[in-house]
Write a protein of this length. Sequence first.
Lengths: 120, 108
Amino acid sequence: EVQLVESGGGLVQPGGSLRLSCAASGFTVSRNYMTWVRQAPGKGLEWVSLIYAGGSPYYAASVRGRFTISRDESKNTVFLQMNSLRAEDTAVYYCARSRGDSAWYGFDYWGQGALVTVSS
Amino acid sequence: DIQVTQSPSSLSASVGDRVTITCRASQSIADSLNWYQQKPGKAPKLLVYAVSNLQGGVPSRFTGSGSGTDFTLTISSLQPEDFATYYCQQSYTSPDYTFGQGTKVEIK
């Protein structure tokens, strides 16, 4: 059974850092695109970052230069390192996997979400 | 950048109603349009991929259609469990997979 479990969310001060983890089971993260999508309170979905099966990372303009996506194949886990956090980064962060070996057909499995609150 | 615009932003409907949600892309995106359902406090769920293909386990009352820039999600007979927010997403411009603003389907 495919499962994604996020961890690492919490309260952090502006300018601080946090690392989210997304532990996968039932499939191998290096065979799919893995993505992070966030949702600010009461708002819609915003794509944040993605790592291709080949390992190349990509970022939305709003987080480029501050966030880093990576994966550890030995742990079958994807990470999102978030630095220089701002109040507007406050959101629930979801990890998700591509349906197949590209994202053309959407993202078919999602984690439960990790709440990140940036506040002093 | 490709923009996707959903309409309406919200609607009220009764059980048994036919409901249609529209998504328009700012340029042609071929068949790279997916639909998600999200209930409060839950993760999004993939309903329809590549315009018209139902994800496994999704009831047949959900139908996706369209091409090019204009797409629709139709629920043929709204059920109590269908009250949720629906999002379209384009996957044409890898990796910037833009979501629509969402359509909240509420009970009338």
